[in-house]
Design a protein around this ligand. Sequence first.
Ligand code: DQQ
Length: 502
Amino acid sequence: MMKGRGRPSIRFSLLASIVGLLSGSLFLLADQDEPLRPQFHFSPARNFMNDPNGLAFFGGEYHLFYQHNPEGDRWGHMSWGHAVSRDLLHWRHLDVALREENGIMIFSGSALVDREDASGLCGGRPCLVAVYTGFTPERQTQNIAWSRDRGRTFTKYAGNPVLDFGLKDFRDPKVFWHAETKRFVMLAVLPDEHKVRFFGSRDLKRWETLSDFGPAGATGGVWECPDLFPLPAEGEPGVTRYVLDVDLNPGGVAGGSGGQYFVGTFDGARFTNDNPATTTLWADYGKDFYASLSFSDLPPEDGRRIWMGWMGNWLYANEEPTSPWRGLQSVPRALALRRLPEGLRLVQSPVAELASLRVKTDPTLVSRSAPLPGSADIELEAVRGAWSEAGLRLSNGTGEEVVVGVAQEPLRVFVDRRRSRATAFHDEYPGRHEGPLRWRGDRVTLRVLFDRSSLEVFANDGETVVSERVYPTRPLDRLEILGAGQAVPEPARLHELRSVWR
Ligand code: DQQ
């Protein structure tokens, strides 16, 4: 019986691999079903992954490139892994797009569509151009590579590097087309100087220096992985501001790696901060959200700005207790600016496409406790009252538990993962991480995405986000509402989500 079942699946895998090879893209048919493997998030089939790179939409596909070690499950031999999706949820693994070569590693960067073949590298048709940092221990330079076959293969430009100041630290180029000044703009960081440097180019090959931004905000570690994009203010027609996103390691709000952003204006050459340089704005208050990058070239009719971040932290990224892979990307998040009492602030919400993974139309209503599926989207509200903590306890009957909730005085949203894993794997991992929150009337809302070893908490429709990995030794399969009936008067709504890997 067992034998009979095994054979067709082996045959099917073989056939699928051949089809994959023939179509010019080697994709792996992995089950991706290990106990800690998230089921609606992207993770590599095997080996190490960190930052998202080159996020772009081209030829009907979302492209996700990522920092990848094709040879091992720790950081090293950095290359760009590659996957594509048609819905931002189901990803198909493709072959490594850009490999370490001649002792030069491929560090983080971006990709964009060269629509008019301004680079002359596209053969007269729109093509995908990747812009990345070439790394050697002595030098970091910016480089380009082009693909005329929808990202399946890339050719490194013969004239690389396109930017080289002989600097040891100069990296993470983000490039976009700036229509008003009719040129490409690149931003890259001078990490130790806490500066973002802007460059302009008409052909992606020759770049002139435009301006510097920084130091400002948080400077407790090196600056990495910048991004810049315009965002409309919710409910304020005609009001748009630029968001400059800069990651910081260490010195993040929860310790180690973390993401901050600035709100301001950009005239095509210079970014001007709306806030004093002493203001620090955090993109996420959890310990596992870093190097976020937004998609380039989304269709104008889509109208969204969407980013993903690496759910990891350099304090323990190489020790995460998962196998045969390490590293996770966050759920794609749609971004907006919302006017809060303190000013315009970034808000994030999981892309609407996520709802298509709901197993049933109606949510399970959880009044006190319920079984917890491995992948779930949970919504609840807490009301002001005489209580100190309310929210959700996720547990597995072994004493391992994670608490996600709201605490009063001061009002905070938190994830407490101190008791989430019986066997220690790193001193920096256990902890309780929290972000500020405000009452909206007498209520706060929580939306919690749980995915086996991942938690993303969106409070008040994304005004405060807390992203954390958890590594229970047995699946967290029980859910309890803390403060049920009083602090949380209505049942929580739980949507079970189906796997994107099967
Ligand atoms: N990771 C890359 C660098 C970047 C850092 C190397 C951020 O390009 O600065 O893997 O996580």
